[in-house]
Design a protein around this ligand. Structure first.
Ligand SMILES: [Zn+2]
Length: 556
């Protein structure tokens, strides 16, 4: 090649590289400017929203709910900005952003804004409807023989009573929230679908999953696999449950109905094995235990507990949750703790969410200081929650003696296996019901619900019952298209715990193992949302999300 030609080629090459670099630089600078403006506006509103919601859940007053509604609207309104979305769209479509952190923020921001590209009036209406419904759930108390009782009391009756009539009454009483909210929920579902369709999705379920980085077909495939993996074992266990309770209630197996399973939804394992975990916690303080445990693995939770609201109060939300107020260290949990195994599990669970948030990497940009996905934080929460009924953990925490632990170890393993199978079948109902409901909200939902319950939970529906029992489950109304994440969380909990016991911790309970805290902080909490969830899982455990550890642990 002649010298002049070489020079020309070189000049052309340099100018192509230069123009690419400059386009990359230009787009990355535009994105950086976008992010600065976004953070300046959203960080204070994010915090106000989280605080207002926290306050409303504690007081239950109309005034606080009104404030929460307003704050939620102000925060959601950020993402309805169509000029901002156009800017993001142009940056995204240029495909010029290369920096991995910027690219990941672009992806998350783009999805968040895409979800908000609807008439702000429609969003405001959605939030208004959700707030109204939320008030109805918060203020509902079951009426039993003219006396108002709490959800905790209903669960107590379902667990302890041996009278079929009383069980039925308590169960039916708890379902009376259904007709109070059902019509509102259907209106809300249609409203959500309208929003999804205006954004280019076929329904709200599809939109929710896709915008959170999940492919509905992939999730359904995992649920199908699990259905196949669990069906036979569950049927066999369900047979054991039925004979156990038919005997206890002195009825025929064919007369077993949904109120006979010790839970309003049959979402938790009934106590068919003779181990009563509650008795071990009667004289314990679940908060102290959880605090000592987390401290022992190097994840101190004092700052979280100091800001939390832990016990029952009138008007207060009766459930439990954890919230990250500012992604800068203000992390709290709301609970209604009693000294029993349920609340031991719950406080371990909520603090699992808590440490995931609290130990984030403060050097990451605000948008990435979050879990890789909602279900990855559920996985951590579940992994810790399970310890509440793990004899090894209970021994290592000095809750029970070694001899007692050995005595109950086999039956505890069976109980946990039952718990996982029961929960996995219930999660099937929730996932498939919601999917179908959003695909067609005009179908007979009362019937759809019981069809799903019969197919997956194998319960016999009460004769001629035509009630909106699906609407009694608060998640369907207020935490839509999310429930499947609890099951994905269980799969991942098994995967991570198997990785830790093989590679990190000498002990199955992790008690006192600071290496576990180090591992979790470094591999899971600090990466935050910087990687897509499956990439994070692969980096942390060497494999993408798989059902095999869950199956190994609970099905076989
Ligand atoms: Zn959770």
């Amino acid at each position: 090649m002649k010298r002049t030609a070489l020079i020309i080629v070189t000049v052309v090459t340099i100018s192509i590289i230069w123009s690419c670099t400059s386009k990359q630089e230009k787009m990355e600078n535009r994105l950086k400017a976008f992010i600065s403006a976004f953070e300046a506006r959203s960080i204070p509103l994010y915090r106000e929203n989280a605080l207002a919601s926290w306050n409303a859940n504690i007081s239950g007053t109309n005034e606080d709910f009104a404030k929460s509604e307003k704050a939620s609207f102000e925060y959601a309104r950020i993402f309805t900005d169509s000029i901002a979305f156009a800017e993001l769209k142009e940056i995204k479509e240029s495909q010029s952003v290369q920096d991995p952190l910027l690219l990941r923020q672009l992806e998350l921001l783009y999805n968040a804004y895409l979800g908000g590209q609807v008439d702000p009036g429609l969003i405001a209406e959605q939030i208004r409807m959700e707030t109204e419904i939320s008030k109805k759930y918060a203020n509902f108390r079951v009426d039993l023989n003219g006396k108002q009782i709490s959800d905790n009391e209903v669960e107590g009756i379902l667990k302890n009573s041996t009278s079929s009539a009383e069980l039925q009454k308590a169960w039916e009483g708890s379902k009376m929230i259904g007709p109070v909210v059902a019509a509102d929920v259907i209106t809300l579902v249609k409203h959500r679908n309208k929003i999804a369709q205006k954004t280019g999705f076929s329904n709200y379920h599809e939109m929710s999953l896709k915008l959170s980085g999940q492919d509905p077909a992939e999730v359904t495939q995992i649920f199908d696999e699990l259905d196949n993996l669990t069906r036979d074992n569950f049927r066999q266990l369900k047979g054991e449950i039925d004979s156990y309770f038919a005997n206890r209630y002195k009825i025929a197996v064919s007369d077993m109905r949904p109120w006979h399973y010790q839970n309003r939804y049959f979402q938790e394992a009934p106590e068919i094995y003779s181990v009563d975990f509650d008795k071990y916690y009667e004289k314990q303080d679940p908060v102290k235990l959880a605090s000592a445990y987390y401290n022992g693995i190097g994840l101190n939770v004092d700052a979280i507990l100091a800001k939390s609201d832990l016990y029952e109060k009138p008007g207060k939300n009766q459930h439990a949750f954890s919230t990250d107020i500012d992604r800068s260290g203000d992390v709290r949990t709301l609970d209604n703790i009693r000294p029993d195994s349920y609340w031991m599990n719950t406080i371990l669970h909520e603090l699992g969410h808590g440490v995931y948030s609290y130990y984030n990497d403060m050097t990451l940009p605000f948008s990435l200081r979050d879990a890789a996905h909602a279900f990855t934080t559920e996985a951590i929460a579940n992994m810790f929650g399970r310890f509440a009924t793990n004899p090894k953990w209970m021994t290592d925490m000095n809750i029970i003696a070694k001899e007692e632990s050995e005595k109950i170890s086999d039956v505890s393993r069976k109980a946990l296996r039952l718990q996982m199978l029961v929960f996995s079948r219930w999660a099937q109902v929730m996932y498939r019901f919601e999917k179908s409901m959003y695909e067609n909200p005009d179908q007979n939902l009362n019937q759809l619900w019981w069809d799903m319950v019969e197919k997956y939970q194998m319960l016999a529906r009460p004769q001629e019952r035509d009630m909106p029992d699906w609407a009694t489950k608060i998640h369907i109304a207020l935490y839509p298209c999310y429930y499947h994440n609890y099951l994905l969380g269980e799969l991942l909990a098994s995967q991570i715990s198997s990785y830790i016991t093989t590679n990190v911790s000498k002990s199955e309970s992790f008690v006192g193992e600071k290496a576990v805290g180090d591992y979790l902080r470094e591999k899971i909490f600090m990466p935050g949302a910087r990687y897509k969830w499956n990439d994070m899982i692969e980096k942390a455990t060497g494999e993408k999300l798989t059902a095999k550890y869950y199956a190994k642990q609970f099905v076989q």
